[in-house]
Design a protein around this ligand. Structure first.
Ligand SMILES: [Zn+2]
Length: 462
């Protein structure tokens, strides 16, 4: 009875929040339901016949969960999924409440939840997952989280608390994630990249902030291949500890600029050509992670390929928006590693791109924007034709570009997001697109304003 009342109250809260235009109502219903019926998440997920999958990591949670949802759909399976990045417990509860009958039975087979890396312990405790996907650990929002070593320690404790039959899916190319996964005695499926295009010979890390040390010896890893940030083929020169061989691999990766990627997905029992509309090497990682997660859930090779190919970018993550005859491509960038990855994608796609960078410093972005100095904006110096900076910290961003050597004549400061979009659009030539690189809340703000102007639907309706 109590759960039924909580579900009902959560649904009403969702409706009210939408009617008031208070965003997507992605966490309020869960908060209301959990206040009325603590432990509701555990009771609802216990009735999901296919169990729960959790996806966590600094970068790529939303896209990986979305890809996994696509593969489940291709397999004819239904998932309850916390979309729109509501990745703390209330967001999970909201998704469940939305899809549950008043009898407490979810109208879905599998629970698929992206989880904030710091909230993973609580999510594991609440959902007793069948599969946990660990993507990566990058420096992110230091004022909120502190050192990533603390998260790695927490994750290792989390794994010790998993149900014995659970499968851990983990990134072999991220030393810290692979170390965490190695503590799990149960079934483990590692994923990674066999090669990376263009920079296939890269042996050096982009930035000191990405450096990773062998946890036994404290010496820097040596890299045979640097794929992205600190991810790649690493080896400790002292003790020989090295990247473990992954069972699920992407090989012969070919990036198609902003239009997606091709690669060969190698699974334990076969390989298949994958074409994805998601741009950038980071999305190849996400697709490979989703494939490994789907494999853990029993999907076959053909279904995985179909599901990955059919998945469109999540909002703000490679999403395209039509702007009066031109196109804007949104590439969310919320930390140094993520920013470097999208800058690389933009420069691979266009010789002289027009870029809009929108930086906010609200709680969800991280209040401390000193991380902007860890992003390699120097790559824009001789390449960007125009850069429009916007957001609450537009002036700080303009200063960062000045120190990066981007000529002042290329840079326009426009704090108002719509005027910034217009300023960027005005610089485009025929057939060119505007690359929009926003932090999280700047992205929500831009999309919200575009939606109000009739350019797109509200993201919560997707
Ligand atoms: Zn070592």
């Amino acid at each position: 009875m109590r759960d039924a009342a909580a579900i009902l109250a959560g649904r009403l809260a969702a409706r009210a929040s939408r009617a008031l235009g208070a965003g997507g109502g992605t966490t309020v219903p869960g908060r209301v339901a959990l206040a009325l019926a603590p432990g509701l998440i555990g009771r609802l997920v216990a009735r999901l016949p296919g169990g729960v999958v959790l996806v966590s990591g600094t970068n790529g949670k939303t896209t990986t969960a979305r890809l996994l949802d696509g593969v489940l759909a291709a397999a004819g399976r239904t998932a309850v999924h916390n979309r729109a990045g509501a990745n703390l417990l209330p967001g999970i509860a909201s998704a469940l409440v939305e899809r549950a009958g008043l009898d407490g039975r979810p109208r879905a087979e599998v629970g698929l939840f992206e989880v904030d890396e710091f909230a993973l312990p609580a999510a594991v405790e609440a959902t007793r997952p069948l599969v946990v996907v660990l993507l990566n650990l990058f420096r992110d929002q230091l004022d909120r989280y502190g050192e990533i070593d603390i998260i790695a320690e927490r994750w290792a404790r989390v794994l010790a608390a998993l149900p014995p039959g659970a499968t851990v899916v983990a990134n072999a190319d991220d030393p810290m994630v692979a170390d965490v996964a190695a503590t799990w005695a149960g079934r483990c499926l590692l994923f990674g990249l066999d090669d990376a295009p263009d920079r296939g010979g890269a042996r050096t890390l982009e930035h000191a902030a990405d450096a990773r040390y062998c946890y036994r010896c404290g010496v820097l890893y040596e890299y045979g291949l640097v794929a992205l940030g600190h991810m790649g083929h690493y080896r400790c020169p002292r003790c020989g500890r090295a990247r473990p061989a992954p069972a699920v691999r992407a090989r012969t990766v070919r990036l198609r600029g902003a239009d997606g990627a091709f690669f060969t997905l190698v699974l334990p029992d076969g390989e298949v050509a994958i074409s994805t509309a998601l741009p950038g090497l980071y999305n190849v990682y996400d697709a490979t992670a989703a494939a490994a997660g789907a494999l853990a859930l029993g999907a076959d090779v053909a279904t995985i390929a179909r599901g990955l190919a059919a998945t469109a970018p999540a909002f703000g993550r490679g999403e395209r928006v039509a702007l009066d005859g031109r196109e804007a491509l949104f590439l969310l960038a919320k930390n140094p590693a993520g920013f470097n990855a999208v800058l690389r994608t933009v420069l691979d796609a266009e010789a002289a791109p027009v870029v809009l960078i929108a930086i906010n410093d609200l709680a969800a972005d991280g209040r401390d924007i000193s991380w902007l100095w860890d992003v390699d904006f120097e790559v824009l110096r001789d390449r960007a034709r125009a850069v429009v900076v916007s957001g609450l910290r537009a002036e700080d961003m303009a200063l960062r570009l000045k120190y990066a050597g981007v000529p002042a004549s290329c840079v326009t400061v426009e704090r108002d997001p719509l005027r910034a979009l217009e300023a960027g659009r005005a610089r485009l030539g025929d057939g060119e697109r505007l690359y929009v690189l926003p932090t999280y809340t700047a992205m929500l703000d831009l999309r919200d304003r575009l939606a109000r102007q009739g350019y797109l639907r509200g993201f919560w309706k997707q």
